[in-house]
Design a protein. Sequence first.
Length: 363
Amino acid sequence: MSKLYTARDFLKTEKIISFSPDDTLSKALSSLWSSHDAAFVLTDKGLLLGAVNPYNASIHGRFPPETKLKRCMLMPPKITLSTPLFTIVRDMLESKIYFLPVADEKGKLLGIVSFRRILKFLTRDNRLWPLIQNNIMSRKVFTVTKDISLAQARALLKSKQTSRLPVVNNQGRLIGLLTRFDLRQAYSDPSDAQRNPRLGQKKKALSYPIEGFYKTQVITELNTAPVADMVETMRVSKVGSVVLVDGDDKPVGMVAYRDIMKAILRSLPGGSIHFQVKIPTGFTDQKTFEESLLITLQRHFKGEALLGVEGRLSRGKDVDDSAKWYELSLYVSTGRATYAGKQRADGWRKVLTATVAKLAAQK
């Protein structure tokens, strides 16, 4: 059975990009290179206040460059040292932020987990990585020529729900790549025109052709290359995607981090199971509870494929108010059998441990 990875395995504690709440958006964005990057906003004591992400701040939110971070930051999905890999990748995929903060119970930043770091570790896992590779599927590409306008490119990115457009010449051969992040200057406030005079007013800027904005150095792989080579190229080159070309250098597909994330979710034990445990109203530890339950089940049922987890967590108190309690009922299906059990204890962690132990005793 493959190792059960958690955030602790991928934790990075050095060279974390961070700023104070009173720093400006332009200062933070100048340190980032992709629409999926993140810079973190901290107090002087290292407490996490939020994060700045190019997509949400300058593309989706369109805040002016001089905006202070405390006005435009967002709270990214927070993970703990024990958060399992499935949850980390799912949160990255849903939030479109590929650098997530790891904090303790008091909110102090312990480090970050990046998808690039996850990829580095997973490619060394001789059991899990082959499964992931088999699930990676390339996506269709939508090409453009260098004479279309920024406004047209932006509309195409939105309508096709993609973040990258290969640029081709009149023969259909690849000459560049335009990303959503490359367009961020076109969303600049008019007051930013002095820094980049070419842009001028925003509406005028959007009428410019994309030539001069797209990257001409594009990382490519032949569409016949093994998936392992494609992923290794991305990892070594430190890019979020690779364009697949045919023998005539014409783009025919693309593999991006997002495609690998989806493959990971399809390959991990938590990725294909039916998980539905009802939680009492007002219960504030739901995410931690679900993570702990999945980890505990995987630890007790090593060698068995988890197919389904259903149940209910409830809480109450004795009639005479002498004691408060939690009760957990679980129904767990694996490749071998179905297990059922119910326990009651004076804390949710205790009842989780006791209930799973009761299920494991039925094996």
